[in-house]
Design a protein around this ligand. Structure first.
Ligand code: HEM
Length: 321
């Protein structure tokens, strides 16, 4: 039986492939052999579904502990998406408004999803189970999420992450002096002794070197710096400012509030019961109005800064009505 003629498109593709492999000094025919023998790709292999579903390993037999683990993992994956976008923004040569806005929109969507889905925590576990399995997890805490901190380093200048009381004094200080006074160290100091909690000591020992590298890497190339250098005189400045403010509010007001709602649901308010958090006074530490941290302070009025979070919450309530 005569062979059927080879499709012209196919021949063209083969020629292009030949040119590509010739260029690299590779033998196309051997690669085509490989194609003959290789298996078809499957969804489960490509997505690594089995591996993914094997990563939920509770410390107790309370079923709701898996809800707790999985939602943390979901959040970490979203954080990874955010960091992927920021990586694109900080490494793009000749970045323009379109690219910056599109990536910023993606990041905003990720954080909106995180804020909206936090009820999976706040409403989705039995309090009795939570209070028991949480004790088996000490001294671990979401406080130790490194990706959350990398997002901060990549979003703004380090001085904006220094604790509020030290910001003025350290405004011209070097990276190490600023890192020494980074705001989150105050969230992990034992109330009774004033010493760093084990949660913080372990976190620092694992990540401080990488945090220092990130602080240096993003010093002149974070989202705030990109805005100032490339878009502060752009015709689309106002649009970009609105989006940066939306991002600032999501990360530094709305997500923290959604998170606090969970903390309030499960952790008793009596300081005697701070034990379940590893000794920190989260009620004094977590509220955005106490920390007043923001990535783009110059985009807010003095009044908005003083009342950090309150204006944003009022605006959100008005828009919802
Ligand atoms: C029922 C659920 C949760 C409770 C009760 C809770 C409780 C707390 C508490 C008390 C703190 C203060 C630090 C400490 O005492 O350890 C904290 C910090 C933190 N948690 Fe959670 N958390 C919950 C869920 C989550 C989830 C799902 C994430 C996602 C990764 C997360 C991420 C964080 C982060 C990033 C901090 C540090 C915040 C900051 O420094 O301002 N938490 N959490």
């Amino acid at each position: 039986m005569a062979d059927s003629p080879v499709d012209e498109n196919l021949l063209n593709q083969l020629k292009k492939l030949q040119a590509k492999y010739d260029y690299m000094g590779q033998d196309l025919s051997s690669y085509l052999d490989g194609l003959l023998y290789s298996d078809y790709i499957t969804y489960w292999d490509y997505i690594h579904v089995d591996t993914l579903l094997s990563l939920q390993n509770p410390e107790t037999s309370f079923p709701d502990e898996k809800v707790f683990i999985i939602y943390h993992q979901i959040t970490e994956l979203y954080f990874k998406l955010v960091l992927l976008e920021i990586e694109q923004m900080t490494t793009k040569a000749d970045i323009d408004e379109k690219f910056f806005i599109e990536r910023l929109d993606r990041i905003i969507r990720y954080f909106q999803n995180l804020e909206n889905s936090f009820d999976i925590m706040a409403k989705g576990m039995e309090k009795e189970q939570f209070l028991k399995f949480r004790m088996a997890l000490l001294p671990a805490s979401g406080f130790q999420s490194a990706q959350y901190r990398f997002i901060e380093f990549a979003s703004t200048d380090l001085i904006n992450l220094v604790s509020m009381e030290e910001r003025e004094r350290l405004k011209n200080a070097d990276v190490d002096a600023m890192l020494e006074q980074i705001y989150w160290k105050y969230g992990a100091t034992d109330l009774a002794t004033g010493k760093k909690t084990l949660t913080l000591l372990q976190f620092e020992s694992k990540y401080m070197k990488s945090f220092r590298e990130a602080a240096i890497k993003y010093k002149d190339n974070n989202l705030r710096q990109i805005f100032v250098k490339h878009f502060s005189n752009s015709p689309r400045k106002n649009e970009i400012v609105e989006k940066l403010k939306e991002y600032d509010t999501l990360v530094n007001v709305f997500w923290p509030l959604a998170h606090m709602k969970s903390a309030g649901t499960y952790l008793k308010k009596d300081p005697e019961d701070i034990k379940a958090t590893g000794g920190t006074n989260w009620q004094k530490y977590l509220p955005p109005r106490f920390q007043r941290r923001m990535f783009f302070p110059e985009l807010w009025t003095e009044k908005e800064k003083q009342e950090w979070g309150i204006a944003a919450i009022k605006k959100a309530i008005m828009e919802a009505n």
